[in-house]
Ligand binder design. Structure first.
Ligand code: FES
Ligand code: FES
Length: 128
């Protein structure tokens, strides 16, 4: 199966790899796994006092498409509000990266990871 140029670019030069301190109040952490293939994605957001995501980082143990999806979504969420981040659809990621049907679940992993990170942040701040 051939990867698209954009997948290869993100795979070879992943943006925002790393992690923040999980215990930091301004950080939300999302960790999700794909039952289909066993891949795991950790995605973290750093949120400003005004509720804007100012930074994001990820660590993904998985295929090229999963790494590219998480790399792309960390770029997309920067500068967004939590609600705007929640509105990102896996189909937008799949389209941007030209993922083939068998790799759609890799982009779903990224959508789920950002939702989990936002939800973790909200729980920390007493907001369900
Ligand atoms: Fe093996 Fe995703 S299926 S890395
Ligand atoms: Fe399972 Fe990509 S995350 S193949």
């Amino acid at each position: 199966m051939a990867y698209s140029d954009k997948v290869i670019d993100h795979y070879e030069n992943p943006r925002n790899v790393g992690s923040f301190d999980k215990g930091d109040d301004s950080v939300g952490t999302g960790m999700v796994g794909a039952p289909a293939c066993g891949d795991v994605m950790k995605l973290q957001i750093k949120v400003s006092d005004t509720g804007v995501i100012e930074d994001a980082k990820f660590k993904t143990y998985g295929c090229g498409s999963a790494i590219a999806s998480s790399s792309l979504i960390t770029e997309w969420v920067k500068g967004k509000t939590l609600d705007e981040a929640l509105a990102i659809k896996n189909s937008e990621i799949a389209e941007e990266l030209a993922l083939p049907p068998v790799k759609i679940h890799c982009s779903i992993l990224a959508e789920d990871a950002i939702k989990a990170a936002v939800s973790d942040y909200k729980t920390k701040h007493g907001d369900k």
